[in-house]
Design a protein around this ligand. Structure first.
Ligand code: SF4
Ligand code: SF4
Length: 468
């Protein structure tokens, strides 16, 4: 992709990972405090994202959470749509749609998600990093503090920082759990004796430890080593994708600014400010790299340098490779159209399935190995096994009704037909039909499930009789 010559000493980036040093040790980054227009915009966006993240678990629709991802009980609520264990196909379809949407979004807008909305970046750069800057100061001061002996100043600063890190990690663990089991259950863990909720409390402690480890130590490596989305960028993006990019046509050949002399070089004055602010330690001038989370810090850093030297903003900016090279950009490419078509199809199928979904799902099969029974009054009975699944998140009390027959339906025993949310009831029952109704060996029976006067579902089964 690159069409300019890179100084030989700068070619190292091609086969080196910025997070690891020559001797295989972790490169610990001390990015300089970002400031500028883009950072201010990100701060406001972060306020919005955090408000949404913390408020959403409290939002309810029809008495249930707006969003719930209860992986423990395989119950999900997506914008008020309850998806229980019986609807795993719908969940799969919605997840597939979401993945295609991510692919489409990334093809057009690159890693916009990473820089602006990903909880990892939002919490790392806008919460934990801010705490660090507030307590330890900017990059230089942090480095000095880490090298300093353990005097009272260092103990107080580090103690305060890590206590705050732990507190925020605990808060995030509770937040995560409120999306998994609901805010009401989290409230119970907090207000009731811990001994009543030991497993879930253990979960909060474990996730607090995981978040603390992530934000205090793992940091940029969560994006560059762990996150699969970052690693897929190479195949998801193309020359038209909008990314944070260095305009090498304008910037090269780079060279120091010499006051009073005519400048024959490009606009990049090789000040390395874009590298100094980068939280993943890369040089954006080497082109798009897997480590770049599109945090915009280098845009602000470069713009402030451009202000100082009197050049136009935007040497590093949101743009595409095609826009840099050809000065044109096409957002809607055949590839994008292809993704949109697939996405519309998936959304249409999902929408149809959601709208045609019934509140219950009933299976009624003739009991294995059973024959028809000829009764003394001339009627015929068949024995069935049944299962009724409640696909809603509230209690359902179903009744089974024969739709197209004068026959009767009698349960064997007394099955409990009060179904809790996502609950199930099963048992056996007899269907008895007067002989006069039976014209052949096999009769198709239509049945319905009602709750009160509301019909929830209709289904069919087969009734066997002697050949008359
Ligand atoms: S901040 Fe701008 S001028 Fe300075 S090295 Fe980076 S791209 Fe060049
Ligand atoms: S290269 Fe720029 S946008 Fe990418 S991570 Fe580094 S500072 Fe952020």
């Amino acid at each position: 992709m690159k069409t300019f010559d890179i100084p030989e000493q700068d070619e190292y980036f091609r086969d080196h990972f910025s997070g690891v040093s020559e001797d295989g040790k972790r490169n610990w980054f001390y990015p300089q405090k970002p400031k500028g227009n883009w950072h201010n915009r990100r701060v406001w966006f972060t306020v919005l994202i955090l408000a949404l993240l913390f408020v959403t678990p409290f939002l309810k629709y029809n008495g249930q959470p707006l969003l719930l991802f209860n992986v423990l009980e395989r119950k999900f609520i997506i914008f008020g749509i309850f998806i229980g264990p019986q609807d795993y196909w719908l969940f799969g379809l919605l997840m597939l749609s979401f993945m295609v949407f991510i692919v489409l979004f990334t093809t057009i807008f690159g890693r916009l998600w990473c820089g602006w909305a990903c909880p990892q970046t939002v919490f790392m750069e806008m919460v934990f990093r801010k705490i660090e800057y507030a307590i330890e100061g900017d990059a230089g001061k942090q480095k000095s503090l880490n090298k300093a002996p353990w005097n009272s100043d260092k103990i107080i600063k580090k103690g305060l920082k890590y206590t705050l890190f732990l507190t925020v990690s605990f808060l995030i663990a509770n937040l995560l759990l409120s999306y998994v089991i609901g805010v009401d259950e989290v409230g119970k863990i907090i207000s009731e004796p811990i001994s009543d909720h030991l497993p879930l409390f253990g979960g909060i402690v474990a996730f607090t430890a995981i978040f603390y480890f992530n934000f205090a130590w793992l940091r940029d490596q969560a994006c560059t080593v762990v996150c699969p989305y970052g690693r897929l960028q190479g195949v998801l993006m193309d020359r038209n994708s909008i990314v944070v990019a260095y305009d090498y046509k304008r910037g090269e050949p780079r060279g120091k600014l010499h006051k009073g002399k005519d400048r024959n070089e490009g606009d990049c004055i090789n000040c390395h400010q874009c590298v100094a602010v980068c939280p993943t330690g890369i040089d954006i001038r080497n082109g798009m790299q897997m480590e770049c989370v599109n945090c915009t810090a280098c845009i602000d850093a470069c713009d402030s340098i451009m202000d100082k030297v009197g050049f136009d903003h935007g040497l590093i900016r949101y743009t595409s490779e095609n826009a840099i090279v050809n000065k044109t950009n096409k957002l809607i490419t055949p590839r994008v159209i292809g993704y949109i078509v697939v996405l519309v199809l998936l959304w249409s199928v999902s929408g149809f399935m959601i709208l045609s979904r019934t509140d219950t799902q009933t299976t009624l099969f003739r009991a294995p190995g059973s024959q028809y029974i000829e009764n003394k009054d001339g009627s015929v009975s068949n024995l069935y096994t049944f299962k009724i699944f409640n696909k809603t998140n509230h209690v359902v009390r179903p009744t089974l009704v024969l739709d197209n027959s004068q026959g009767k339906l009698v349960f064997a025993g007394t099955p409990d037909l009060t179904l809790n949310g996502a609950g199930m009831s099963d048992g056996t029952l007899f269907i008895t039909i007067p002989k006069a109704e039976l014209k052949s060996r096999k009769t198709k029976l239509k049945l319905s499930v009602y709750q009160g006067k509301e019909k929830l579902e209709t289904f069919e089964t087969t009734f066997m009789a002697p050949a008359y």
